[in-house]
Design a protein around this ligand. Structure first.
Ligand SMILES: *[C@@H]1O[C@H](CO)[C@@H](O)[C@H](O)[C@H]1NC(C)=O
Length: 426
């Protein structure tokens, strides 16, 4: 009985995470110019922020999670030389950046150190002058905003560009039932985090990768491995695995969003919403299960799972954006819709990288690293197995507005069916 109650709470908790960032009606967007932030820093939070920022920037930011130094032999090639815009050959400040970190953050000061440390450490390996960091903060009272504000000049001093926007409205006020409206707001927030890239695409290389992070507590190698696999596999999108603790063992978290090449959820969620089957991942998908237990990347229909590496190209050239469901479309999370739109555009090379395992607070993240291992436990030899990409999506995909309400629908339900979609396997 107790277990049943907990399980329901977790599922609601899962949805709550999607509500953390919000749109404001009189939205205040303030990129780069700190004097234009409509939001005022809280003086007592600001007094503490310096200490956080210092720790984040420290040379050994791995301590919280027992993270290891990223493997230079594996990831060093990602750095490459700075691409200098040919029309400004002597101006080394005019470079095309190629790694775009995007986040929507609310009230997460308890894990902001590992989160931002992992980003800073990744940037140091990738070359900060190749990187941009874009954050949309909203509604925090715990110092999240002040820490980010304080980090700004330190990140810029490294040579990376840093964009901080705020967005204060609270979508949970829209009512718990109005999932559709909430997803639309979350989609807009994600797009807002991409705005610096989408507004000035000439500042970015054609093969730019978007690294989109939720408020997870990762290691730098988690970020770098997803980027590495996106490039090595020529993937459109690579995702982590994320976990939560319902009981003593970690349960896969993003069950609302992720779908395998069967079109089904990663584990069977009965109408009761019980997590009793959470241990039985990919129960009806033996190839995926084999790859999962061998810590090798495998193709899926959709995923997000707290952290993704995503090609910027469909956004920049194809007009792709995050969106909520259309009036006639089955209600689903904006990452599942994004995957659907990617498949439609012929960008269905979407994969889970099961050596990357994340959680949403420091204590759970430590436990997950113990239970599932660190990336470097599985990626020591530098070898990687190439995914055999399926060119076609599953005919039907499960849409699940709630556990009680599960439907098998054509994968392209409500999309314009005029053109045949096929993944370009080049
Ligand atoms: C500033 O934040 C502290 C706690 O972080 C809070 O107690 C205080 O009321 C806040 N001050 C203002 C003016 O909002």
């Amino acid at each position: 009985m107790v277990k049943g109650i907990r399980v329901v709470l977790i599922f609601i908790g899962g949805l709550t995470v999607w509500n953390q960032s919000t749109r404001s009606d009189g939205r205040t967007v303030a990129f780069q110019d700190p004097n234009r932030w409509a939001k005022k820093a809280n003086a007592s939070n600001l007094a503490l922020a310096g200490h956080y920022a210092q720790e984040i920037m420290a040379p050994d930011p791995t301590n919280h999670l027992g993270c290891r130094e990223p493997d230079i032999d594996r990831y060093g090639y990602l750095r490459k030389d700075i691409v200098v815009n040919p029309s400004h050959q002597r101006d080394f400040t005019v470079t095309q950046r190629k790694h775009f970190f995007a986040l929507d953050l609310t009230q997460c000061v308890d894990r902001i150190r590992p989160l931002m440390s992992a980003i800073i450490q990744s940037m140091q390996l990738l070359g900060p002058e190749n990187c941009a960091l874009s954050i949309v903060e909203g509604r925090s009272t715990d110092g999240t905003f002040e820490v980010l504000q304080t980090l700004r000049e330190k990140v810029e001093a490294m040579g990376a560009s840093f964009y901080l926007a705020t967005n204060e409205a609270n979508p949970t006020k829209a009512g718990d039932d109005d999932k559709k409206a909430r997803v639309a707001i979350l989609a807009e927030l994600r797009n807002q985090a991409l705005a610096p890239l989408l507004d000035s695409p000439a500042q970015y290389a054609p093969d730019t990768t978007i690294l989109f992070l939720n408020d997870v507590a990762p290691c730098a190698e988690d970020i770098l491995e997803l980027l590495h696999q996106r490039i090595q596999q020529k993937a459109d999108m690579t995702c982590a695995m994320d976990w939560t603790y319902v009981g003593p063992h970690p349960s896969f978290y993003d069950v609302w969003i992720s779908r395998g090449m069967t079109g089904d959820t990663f584990f069977d969620l009965p109408p009761s919403g019980s997590y009793d089957n959470h241990w039985d991942l990919f129960w009806n998908d033996r190839p995926a299960q084999n790859h999962f237990y061998n810590h090798k990347p495998f193709q899926v229909f959709s995923c997000w799972n707290g952290l993704v590496a995503l090609s910027a190209e469909p956004f920049v050239n194809g007009g792709l954006r995050f969106r909520g469901s259309k009036p006639e479309e089955c209600v689903q999370g904006e990452p599942q819709i994004l995957a659907k739109d990617l498949w439609k555009m012929g960008h269905g090379k979407i994969a889970v990288v099961p050596s990357v395992n994340l959680a949403y607070d420091v204590e759970s993240a430590q436990k997950v690293k113990e239970a599932k291992g660190y990336v470097s436990d599985w990626a020591r030899d530098g070898s990687s197995q190439q995914i055999e990409w399926e060119p076609k999506p599953p005919a039907k995909v499960k849409c699940m507005p709630t556990p009680k309400d599960q439907h098998w629908l054509p994968w392209d339900e409500s999309l314009d069916s005029s053109d045949e979609s096929r993944v370009d396997l080049r």
